[in-house]
Design a protein around this ligand. Sequence first.
Ligand code: DGL
Length: 270
Amino acid sequence: MSNESAIGVFDSGLGGLSAVRELKKLLPNENIIYFGDTGRVPYGSKSREIIRKYTAQDAKFLLSHGVKAILAACGTVSSNAMECIEAITDIPVFGVVEDAAREAYEASRTKRVGVIGTQATVNSGIFKRKIEERDAHAEVLQSACPLFVPLVEYGFTAEGDEITRLACERYLAPFRGEVDTLILGCTHFPILEKAISAALPGVTLINPASAAAKAMAKTLKEQDLLSAREKNGEIRYFVSDEPAHFAAEGKIFLGKDFEISAKKIEIDKF
Ligand code: DGL
């Protein structure tokens, strides 16, 4: 492991690419290794035990590439299994909860904050806890939006998509008039930002991937772990199922200019 080692990022599928997009803006010269566990997505409807097992395997895969830091770009992993990564490595490890909770609290005028995420994230109650630790009088309303994950994985992301609009209406109605800030507690959700905003006009949306990328950039700088490379870093993508779908849908997150070519690996070996 050296400063020139890559940053490791993983998610159950495409969602973590929202963190890659943010990291590319902040640290364009860093190499990134991305793993999307597309063969086992979604994580959010699985038991804590399975999420923890998958997390350890995902982290071991990234560590096998000698990464210098890991970002668990997945709300489900961040809220249920961070210790499983911290137990097997000493490198800096980041999740998507801590900084998003702080940003949401600071952004909220009324201190009434909403959280959406997968079932496993909402069950963990972690965003609620983190905000209430800051302010016992803050009110946090949470709700799971499990259908958002397959909508993203299967590309129902075009502006004005009718199915996504209806899903947003159904899931987000309970937040209307109740909160002024909403944490998109799953990294798949920022890609639905416009549809979510249309269902909750005037509500400030907090993107956990961008909060985490900022925290990671800050720590790498403080710990003198940034690369001295003077040209753009490269991104290598790995998946646990058929790569073509990932490559096509990944462009929705990263933009058409990104050439995505992913390699399939056997994650069960880790
Ligand atoms: N992107 C993930 C998250 O942030 C996982 C969604 C899933 O696999 O259910 O929670």
